[in-house]
Design a protein around this ligand. Sequence first.
Ligand code: SAH
Length: 230
Amino acid sequence: MTPNSDYRVEREQLLREIDREMTATTGYTGRDRLRPAVRAALARVPREAFVPEGMEELAYANHPLSIGHGQTISQPYIVALMTEVLDLGPEDTVLEVGTGSGYQCAVLAELAREVYSVEVIPELVEAARERLDRLGYRNIRTRCADGALGWPDKAPFDAIIVTAAARAIPPALVEQLAPGGRMIIPVGVSWLGQDLVLLTKDADGGVHSRDLLAVAFVPLVTSDRNLGGG
Ligand code: SAH
């Protein structure tokens, strides 16, 4: 992708702010900086193309923004951190739950071979698909469905990222994670607090998880009452 030169300075400033926040939160996350590949991916994606018209000026503030339908485009630092801990390589296949604006999806597509992204709100998935197409991304497939069920016919995934908070980690997603795979997911209900959880599956299928830090995501909307956030 060619970055929109109009926002190059803002994007570089935002990256420096993310660098500072990565350093400040090392004690929780275990990561003190972004890998150069992740930083370069963030520098290539024109975030202003993913915010509602008229809000381009706010695209490079380190805050979440409303994208309509009660949903948000996540805070840039959180996008950076979640991408970082997935340790993506160029051969990886990734599943995203919660396409939203498509911004996180584009960042993933800069780093991985293929990204499958599921969104439950039809209007959002339509808009994201159009936007990602227009920006020239050819390694992204989107679909309108309940992402708590994953995308079974494309599994297993080397990495899974969930961008809405679940009450518990959806078993279907754990199942669809490849051995050696990583999943990052906010877990909890909003009024009690949510934790960003990093789950890894080792080569023999053993699953380990670790809470990284407290977060505030929109709830996962699913018919499974054990999983839906709130
Ligand atoms: N990754 C997005 C952030 C979107 S906010 C971005 O970069 O813009 C979370 C998104 O998850 C919302 O769009 C919401 O509609 C979606 N969502 C909520 N529950 C879902 C579910 N069960 N399956 C798929 N998407 C879901």
